[in-house]
Design a protein around this ligand. Structure first.
Ligand code: PA5
Length: 447
């Protein structure tokens, strides 16, 4: 089957190999703390052994739900959620889907997201679309109280009930939330929706391999067993007993922390395939929320190359020298497109005739890596043999476990997000939410 792999020799102009390997003992301790649940945030470590603990019955249940929704001949599956209740599924679905499936009329339901913003235009346009389509819905919120998805669901619940009647609507809605707490749990119980539980000890951004991600991925027709198997294999390949030289999660955590200590404050996740755009968005949430606290943390950024070589490429080559890049590279594309010969050769491209488009892309990738390293930007590469469920499962778990280790190296709690509350408090105060009277008065005095 093969494995995804990590190369980091293109950082050695900036940090030494010895300095990276010097993290080995410390990382073993952090890794043990994650496994033994003795480190910071230890009540949120359910994701560490999650892949190997997913049961056959759970997978069969998600697949049965997917089949019963597909049997309703739905065109669209709307997933209502934000943050960790949105980005994991979006990342996997975009990575695996034909980028034009929605225009080609695929047999499988197309997954569309809602509740990941508060845009009135977005909700208006989505609701107009749904009037003309067959659809079903998942509403996902661990806390069950997040404003964005709650607001979107209030609107979409009324629409789906108006369209299909209350009883049929009920059979088209799946709720994924906490076992007992939160407004969504209460609502789902009263309405009698099919529900799935997000384990107490798995935080939002580590939850893609729970029903939060797996139900939508199954509804879209992808192989959740292969995805989970990839994660299982990566769980085994990155445990505390795996030596540093064979442990790519330990190496990635060490390299990025050593670069950070050397003054590289921004990590740019790079892809050369637009299908990976949302893998980087998911990674940004995972690392940004886990590490950015107490005045510390690498700033996670992302670019889509080669598109962004014609915009951000200039800055990366010659701007502030505080950057490093991590490239997600896919060894073989799924499809083959060869460049034709043109007898006129007016575009001067006959030197490429007969080559695959991917060969050009790979030379752009190699040329960019050399140029950026020459320009002062250290480079790591994560290579996936192919873009499929199995290797995405490996990639997801790799990033998660490396994030836990990396957060412990920084000496922060990688499993909380206290900073997210600040905007909520101000928003509720400005909206005059009951219970926020004092905050409303205080914030209004500042306007
Ligand atoms: O990682 C996290 O915990 C957060 O980003 C949450 O996923 C996000 O805030 C959504 O929360 P909830 O699922 O409770 O609606």
């Amino acid at each position: 089957m093969g494995n995804i792999s990590l190369k980091f020799d293109k950082t050695f102009d900036f940090i030494s190999k010895e300095s990276v390997y010097a993290y080995a003992d410390e990382i073993k301790k952090h890794s043990e703390a994650l496994y033994n649940k003795t480190g910071k945030g230890n009540d949120f470590l359910g994701w560490v052994n999650l892949p190997t603990s997913i049961s056959e019955a759970e997978l069969a249940d998600y697949e049965a739900t997917a089949k019963s929704l597909q049997a309703k001949n739905i065109d669209i599956f709307v997933v209502v959620g934000i943050g960790g209740s949105y980005l994991g599924a979006k990342a996997v679905l975009d990575a695996l889907s034909d980028g034009f499936a929605h225009l080609k009329g695929s047999k499988m339901p197309h997954v569309i997201f809602a509740g990941q913003n508060i845009s009135e235009d977005y909700l208006y346009e989505l609701r107009e679309l749904l009037k003309t389509k067959e659809y079903a819905m998942a509403v996902i919120s661990k806390s069950g109280t997040t404003t964005e998805p709650a607001l979107a669901f209030r609107l979409l619940k009324q629409d789906i009930e108006d369209k299909y009647g209350k009883d049929e609507a009920k059979s088209r809605i799946v709720a994924v939330t906490d076992e007992s707490r939160g407004a969504l749990r209460k609502l789902a119980t009263i309405e009698g929706y099919k529900t799935y539980v997000i384990p107490d000890d798995v935080g939002g951004r580590y939850s893609v391999l729970t029903p939060v991600g797996l139900v939508a991925i199954a509804v879209a027709g992808f192989d959740i067993r292969a995805l989970v198997q990839g994660a299982v294999d990566m769980e085994k390949a990155t445990g505390p007993e795996v030596a540093f030289e064979n442990n790519m999660a330990a190496q990635y955590a060490a390299v990025r922390n050593e670069l950070y200590r050397s003054g590289k404050l921004v990590e740019i996740m790079v892809n050369y395939n637009p299908k990976l755009h949302f893998v980087a968005e998911w990674w940004k949430q995972l690392y940004g929320e886990s590490e950015g606290k107490e005045g510390k943390g690498i700033f996670p950024a992302s670019v889509d190359f080669t598109s962004d070589l014609h915009s951000m490429g200039q800055y990366i080559q010659e701007g502030e020298r505080k950057l490093f890049e991590t490239v997600i590279s896919v060894a073989s594309p799924d499809r083959e497109v060869r460049i034709p010969t043109d007898p006129e050769n007016l575009d001067g491209l006959n030197f490429l005739a007969g080559k695959r488009v991917d060969e050009v892309n790979k030379m752009a990738e190699l040329g960019t890596m050399i140029a950026h390293v020459d320009g002062g930007v250290p480079n790591m590469q994560i290579e996936l043999p192919k873009l499929n469920e199995y290797y995405l499962g490996q990639l997801i778990y790799f990033f998660e476990i490396a994030c836990g280790i990396s957060g412990y190296i920084l000496n922060v709690n990688p499993f909380d997000q206290p900073g997210v509350e600040a905007y909520k408090k101000n928003m509720f105060a400005l909206l005059e939410k009951p219970g926020f009277e004092a905050e409303t008065k205080a914030i209004k005095a500042r306007l």
